[in-house]
Design a protein around this ligand. Structure first.
Ligand SMILES: [Zn+2]
Length: 386
């Protein structure tokens, strides 16, 4: 197949190491030919969560040949510190080793001016609102990056530069993985219609609350603006599903896409993952194509408040038993914990179960756990996505 798109590469400087070595991130851009939504996709903000880089490779391989209506920006290796943070044979890279802060909790969000912004733009056109609001958000980031005499932490400097790119797009996808995990999607509640277009069986609906992550940092402002307009009696749709024919269409959606387990890439699976993402992008009108259709599958959803961590009731060695992604009946064991110190004069095996049905989504990456280690994360209440 002939390439019809040119892929442009830039190298973004995001910081410096003690030796003076530059911390850089590659940024790939493909320009669309029409007026479709623009897209920002990044991967590997957490060091061990590497599958997203392979997905970006497969996306670029596909996107070369597809006519695009909107611009697409792709950033693999989004966090060069996390990516290179090895200890023995393992990659760490979930927390800044100096401050202990989660790398995906350092983005910026400030909602103090949103109500006033809505009031000032109550009768403005959708296009004018979009332009002004976007420039307001990017301005805040520029201010933080360039006019901050007390400086920024290493993680903030990386996060803000990524966020500046993300704010320029209509659709933001942050590619992560769990530790040992099934695929799942973090989806803002207002964008639930879009969850049908990813090939992901497990969907978490997240409320309008900011906890520092990139998806929230990019959808919360638009959601808050929508609510501020609603309080003034103005309808301000931000998803395709909410927009009736003939109205101005803007799409503002962000997702965290959890692609499976950490510490591994699988290029064949990455192609599947890429096709699922392209199915969603096609639905949003990013591409002039009908090649990518979502798979028929049973999708389960869970509200974020019902996504529960199960902490180990005891220390020991864990035999993880539960199959991911399938409802596990009440009383069935999730895991067995081996305690060889009790062999002969006590109970060496302990079954871990719950008194209600759950869907196990991910578990801890190691068999040895302390009392209180996060053993599993499960959908504690779930429904079939319709
Ligand atoms: Zn992650």
């Amino acid at each position: 197949m002939n390439d019809i798109n040119v892929i442009k590469k830039d190298v973004m400087h995001v910081g410096e190491m003690a030796s003076g070595a530059a911390l850089t991130v590659p940024v790939y851009r493909i320009q669309g030919q029409g007026h479709g939504p623009s897209v920002y996709i990044q991967a590997n903000m957490h060091g061990a969560e590497v599958q997203g880089n392979a997905v970006i490779f497969q996306l670029l391989e596909q996107l070369k040949h597809i006519r695009l209506n909107g611009d697409i920006t792709l950033v693999p290796y989004a966090n060069p510190v996390g990516c290179n943070h090895k200890n023995g044979e393992y990659t760490l890279g979930r927390f800044d080793p100096i401050t202990g802060v989660n790398w995906n909790r350092m983005y910026h969000y400030d909602d103090t001016n949103i109500a006033a912004f809505a009031k000032a733009h109550q009768t403005a056109s959708v296009a004018d609102i979009e332009r002004a609001f976007k420039s307001e958000m990017i301005g805040q980031i520029e201010q933080k990056l360039n006019h901050n005499i007390y400086g920024l932490t290493t993680g903030q400097r990386i996060a803000y530069q990524l966020q500046r790119l993300a704010h320029q797009a209509d659709i933001v996808l942050d590619l992560h993985t769990g530790p040992i995990s099934s695929k799942h999607l973090y989806c803002p509640e207002y964008a639930r219609a879009s969850a049908h277009y990813f090939d992901i069986e497990h969907v978490l609906f997240i409320p309008n609350g900011f906890d520092g992550a990139l998806d929230e940092a990019t959808f919360c402002p638009w959601w808050q603006l929508q609510l501020a307009f609603a309080a003034l009696g103005r309808d301000f749709p931000i998803t395709r599903a909410d927009t009736s024919q003939g109205k101005d269409l803007i799409i503002k959606e962000s997702f965290t896409v959890e692609l499976g387990s950490q510490e591994q890439i699988d290029l064949a699976l990455a192609l599947e993952d890429a096709r699922g993402i392209l199915s969603y992008l096609q639905y949003q009108g990013v591409m002039a194509s009908d090649e990518f259709q979502p798979k028929t599958m049973r999708r389960y959803s869970c509200m974020l408040k019902d996504y529960k961590a199960l902490y180990s009731p005891m220390g020991g060695m864990v035999d993880y038993l539960a199959e991911f992604g399938k409802p596990l009946p009440a009383g069935q064991p999730l895991a067995r914990i081996l305690r060889m110190d009790n062999y002969g004069d006590g109970e060496p095996l302990h079954a871990i179960s719950l008194d209600h049905s759950v869907i196990p989504i991910l578990h801890f990456a190691s068999a040895s756990v302390n009392q209180g280690t996060e053993l599993y994360k499960v959908f504690s209440k779930y429904s079939i996505l319709t």
